[in-house]
Design a protein around this ligand. Structure first.
Ligand code: TMP
Length: 208
């Protein structure tokens, strides 16, 4: 079972993944918590390079870096876990590339689709939780984290608005897979909504 989390910067993904991970493991489930960019030693090393604000990275180079990270991640972490019927919680996956490199940087969506199909070997998330908040709320949360902003976080408000709209569009195009949660509100309340959805999905798949 692959559950992915998406949203703009500061939407609260990491917090919600952590809460869901604790909830599911306390129920005795085997859960793998992972992320992109990252998830493997190779991916984490490339994450550092690709997010640093001290470098200029052109859109195609950015796209191919994220794809390399994903190819490694799928083979090394995601596929083995899914084969063992474990629950994988992944902080960003294929949709982030459509949103950021496609709608954000203007790369052809067809190229992204072809590369995504290649590197994921056809694996698709069973559920994608989109934490939706305004760009202003997201960026305010990020700037309150007291660490320096990365290459994406430093983009203009208009870029983050574009990414939010892109995610909304992706969710509308695939309503069966996406679950959109209003992420402007209370952390615990958001967690309860997510928990309910995931419990329902696991029951539906006969996972007790
Ligand atoms: P994070 O801060 O949520 O861990 O994500 C790091 C950044 O990576 C985030 O700003 C979005 C970006 N990203 C892409 O641009 N394309 C991708 O395919 C992925 C996975 C992440």
């Amino acid at each position: 079972m692959l559950i992915t989390f998406e949203g703009i910067e500061g939407c609260g993904k990491s917090t919600q993944i952590e809460l869901l991970y604790t909830y599911l493991t306390q129920k005795g489930r085997v859960v793998v918590k992972t992320r992109e960019p990252g998830g493997t030693p190779f991916g984490e090393a490339l994450r550092k390079v690709s997010l640093t604000k001290e470098m200029t990275v052109f859109p195609l180079a950015e796209l191919l870096t994220f794809m390399a990270i994903r190819a490694q991640h799928v083979e090394e972490v995601i596929m083995p876990a899914l084969e063992k019927r474990q629950i994988v919680l992944c902080d960003r996956f294929v949709d982030a590339t459509y949103a950021y490199q496609g709608y954000g940087r203007g790369i052809d969506l067809g190229i992204i689709e072809t590369l995504n199909r290649l590197v994921t070997k056809g694996i698709r998330p069973n559920l994608t939780i989109l934490l939706d908040c305004t760009a202003t709320v997201g960026l305010k949360r990020k700037s309150g984290h007291h660490r320096s902003l990365d290459r994406f976080e430093k983009e203009a408000l208009s870029f983050h608005r574009k990414i939010r709209n892109a995610y909304t569009k992706l969710a509308k195009e695939d309503p069966e897979r996406f679950f959109v949660v209003d992420a402007n509100g209370d952390v615990e309340a958001i967690h309860r909504i997510i928990r309910e959805k995931v419990d329902f999905l696991l029951n539906d798949h006969g996972i007790r």
